[in-house]
Design a protein around this ligand. Structure first.
Ligand code: ISC
Ligand code: MG
Length: 464
């Protein structure tokens, strides 16, 4: 471990809401360690206040333990602006340009704050973000641990010393504790929630689309797995990372609930004002042989129904990029994204952020893309509320991080599950267009459920 550095106070904060707050931060470089072991080390003291993030490329990993500052809102309107304003205001007060590692705000938004359906998502507000007390950042091959303290307390020096001791304990524990062998959980029961209702809704929504009341609507369903005892979040993260090594990996605790997943879908990334989004929609399974796989891929590229599902997403994301960026690049044809169980049509969209536009503006205007909502957006949202008869909570919603410079990345939280007590709720959906059929959409959701089912020990026989 190298020398501690950067012990600083940013002084009194200006915003009245933060009037009496002071910010203390310290970052040290540490030997590279397992991010999951660090997450696990926080189990005792920080359970309920932990988060995990890893990008698709595996070049950036974040673990947060404890909350130095929480931004959460029960409000349905203006939640994106609220988070944006509060973060900008906090940053003006606390950020010191010289710090190599900046505090990061991590969290997400619910899918649809206007959905009032009672659900299992009891601990998740409409927006839920935190600056962690202890932040592990692994960037390329370097690892850092930061302490963030945002406090009104005059005795913060004592408090900060206690945090340093705690930090050293966490690092030690993560580096030397025996590597946990996470056994696969075994579910005792699997329930397809409202399966008949789901099948019926696909037929109904297809009719509505044929009648031109909407063009595309994404309809999802849920599975429930039950266990003898609650599952450990670290074990669940470990299992899903083994299943989907090529995806974004995310997890966030809200008290005794844990939402996590491995998503192939980026909503948007901003680095040095360069913005990148990926349109991901249209699906077909992997083939059993390389030949079969190539044939299926070709079929997907040529398929009218899947191409139409995809095109709505390209059109919408391009439109949003046109409003917020310049020098936009959108390839004319989709490519294939091949992951373990499924192949998708995918089109990257790039642009340079326009003056005055920010990452959170893009998140606000992109969410939900027609890969998760539909077209037109408001009609689709209202049809989802009406026909899905569930509450998606954070499934299909933006989850990610943002730093003080406005860099950050949000994934679309699909291929995900909520752990709550002795239960796990898994979610999957698909894009409904004019020529969709209930049977093939149902089959498509099984393919999307597969990795999470394997991770959580809920496999069905052959079908899944
Ligand atoms: C809605 C989901 O996937 C979306 C992303 C990729 C492909 C999709 C599709 O082909 O239907 C969906 O739009 C999900 O995984 O639950
Ligand atoms: Mg589809």
């Amino acid at each position: 471990m190298m020398n501690p550095q950067q012990y600083s106070s940013a002084g009194k904060l200006k915003d009245t809401r933060y009037m009496a707050y002071q910010f203390f931060t310290e970052t040290i470089e540490v030997s590279r360690m397992s991010a999951l072991a660090f997450f696990e080390a926080g189990e005792g003291l920080f359970k309920g206040k932990r988060m995990f993030w890893q990008n698709r490329e595996k070049t950036f990993t974040l673990v947060g333990l404890g909350h130095a500052h929480v931004m959460s809102t029960p409000n349905s309107h203006g939640r994106f602006e609220e988070v944006k304003r509060e973060w900008q205001s906090l940053c003006r007060q606390i950020v010191n340009e010289e710090h190599e590692v900046q505090p990061i705000l991590f969290g997400g938004f619910s899918f649809d704050p206007l959905n009032n359906t009672q659900s299992v998502w009891t601990n998740f507000p409409q927006a839920y973000f935190a600056v962690p007390t202890f932040q592990l950042t692994i960037q390329d091959d370097r690892a850092y641990v930061s302490i963030h303290l945002i406090t009104k307390d005059d005795h913060s020096f004592n408090e900060f010393d206690a945090l340093r001791k705690e930090r050293d304990r966490l690092i030690h524990s993560a580096q030397v504790s025996e590597l946990k062998r996470y056994g696969k959980p075994v579910a005792v029961k699997l329930t397809e929630i409202k399966k008949e209702r789901y099948l019926e809704s696909i037929g109904q929504v297809t009719e509505i689309i044929k009648a031109k009341q909407a063009e595309k609507v994404v309809i999802a369903r849920a599975l429930k797995l039950q266990y003898d005892k609650p599952l450990s979040p670290a074990a669940a993260l470990y299992q899903i990372s083994e299943e989907q090594p090529e995806s974004f990996l995310f997890g966030m605790e809200a008290q005794n609930q844990f939402f996590f997943g491995a998503s192939p879908e980026r909503l948007v990334k901003v680095k040095d004002r360069q913005a990148l989004s990926t349109c991901l929609a249209g699906s077909i399974p992997r083939g059993k042989t390389a030949e079969q796989d190539a044939k299926l891929g070709e079929e997907l590229l040529q398929d009218k129904k899947n191409r139409s599902e995809h095109q709505y997403v390209v059109k919408m994301i391009s439109k949003v990029f046109n409003e917020h960026s310049t020098n936009i690049i959108v390839p004319k044809m989709p490519k294939l994204m091949k992951i373990r169980d499924i192949q998708h049509l995918y089109t990257p969209v790039e642009g340079e952020l326009a003056q005055g536009s920010t990452l959170l503006d893009l998140v606000k205007d992109l969410h939900p893309t027609p890969a998760l909502g539909g077209e037109p957006k408001q009609e689709a949202m209202s049809l989802i509320r009406q026909y899905e008869t569930m509450n998606r909570g954070f499934y299909a919603a933006p989850i990610g991080w943002i730093d003080a410079k406005g860099n950050g990345e949000f994934a679309v939280a699909i291929r995900s599950a909520l752990l709550s007590g002795k239960e796990a709720y898994l979610y999957a959906g698909g894009g409904i267009v004019e020529d969709s059929s209930p049977e093939s959409e149902y089959a498509e959701t099984w393919v999307k459920f597969r990795p999470m089912l394997r991770a959580l020990g809920g496999q069905l026989s052959d079908e899944s």
